[in-house]
Ligand binder design. Sequence first.
Ligand code: ZN
Length: 470
Amino acid sequence: MTLPSEFLDRLRQLVGAANVLSADGDTERYRHEERGLMTSICDAVARPGTADDVAAVVRVCAEAHVPIVAMGGNTGLVGGGVANGGVILSTERLNRVIEVDALNHTMTIEAGCILADLQKTAEDHDCFFPLSLGAEGSCRIGGNISTNAGGVGVLRYGNTRDLILGLEVVLPDGRIWSKLNGLRKDNTGYDLKHLFIGAEGTLGIVTKAVVKLFPRPRAKVTLMAALPTLDYVLILFDRIRAACGDRLAAFEMVPELGIELVTRHIPDTRDPFAERHPWYVLMELTSPRPGDDLRAEVENAMGEAFEAGIVVDAVFADSETQGRALWKLREEIPAAQTREGGSIKHDVSVPVSKTTEFVRLAMEAVCAEMPGLRPCPFGHIGDGNIHFNLTQPPGMDKAAFIARWADFNRIVHDLTKRYSGSISAEHGIGLVKRDELEHYTSPLDIELMRRVKRALDPNNIMNPGKIFTA
Ligand code: ZN
């Protein structure tokens, strides 16, 4: 589709010429994602600065049946922000914090705010916004809401969905639906905001939100434990949870290969242990009470685990810097895998009680499929979400390895379904997992989703072709 120049002129009248980009060089950074796996086709990028301007742009597009892809920080991993013609609507100018109500423990914000900036704003008001993920320095909250982002804080604070009290959304016909009351109790009919959270921009464009805040952590302990076998990861989780309750804020699993690849490829990283171990767990405990001796508490539980042979070694961070260094060993795994060669990724979840059993069986199955394959399962074991990533066999042609992606999907996702798990725990569906969703979801599920889509977006202009084909 090529949009007529009169259409672009109308957009320019609405949001200003400087905020309608159409030259290839100007639109490039919106059309390409960081990993270089997918490229958008689009005639224009519109950058409205207010919700009213978003609504005006949507109305013009709706009249002309021009598709719109809403874009935040362009950090998605499943092609949800990839356009196939039409207009990319960037929320980057909607970046104001409207209100912080510290007593109500809420913050009202615009969709284009960068996640790390919101964490900082909360901190400036002596509060805490717990959403935290690898892309937090560049992802924008509207995208986090539209994908129901997960991350490392889910164990204690829930997904993005659990952190949202109110939303403002521009609907596909250009009307603004707004419910920004910040209430913790509100049973007045269908809770419509949940339709838009995780909808990947297919039902409307999120322009504002009221998010929950929490007491700021004032005591923190970060540690990494080394374990001799996979099954002990879950046993350790159970013990630490029993001993420390909700002070346990993160519980992340790292395999030996993860440490090997990160220390090989990522500058300024080192293995904190004297020798390699098959499995590691990165834990963080926090408390809003500065006097809480979290270290004594967790040392006690770890001592018992050590006695029982569940843990063979552990390192505690003695400073913020050391804590960050431990986190780096976990967070840089995907980047290190990319440098090692071809990497096939899965983002699955199973019940927490089944995580290690699932990982063991999935590792056996994928290794039987391809000798020399190096599975690198890591992630949020405390909430059941495993990034079941596979690194290519050494020396294999990268393209030939990546060409087998669908075969490995079938193996890993079939097993996921056997455990009543999810084929997309936190990344969404977008384009990349559309066929997998169709394959693993009941026809009734898909039918209901399509009915919702048609009810709200009968002309299919909002991020068409994402999640499912309309
Ligand atoms: Zn993750």
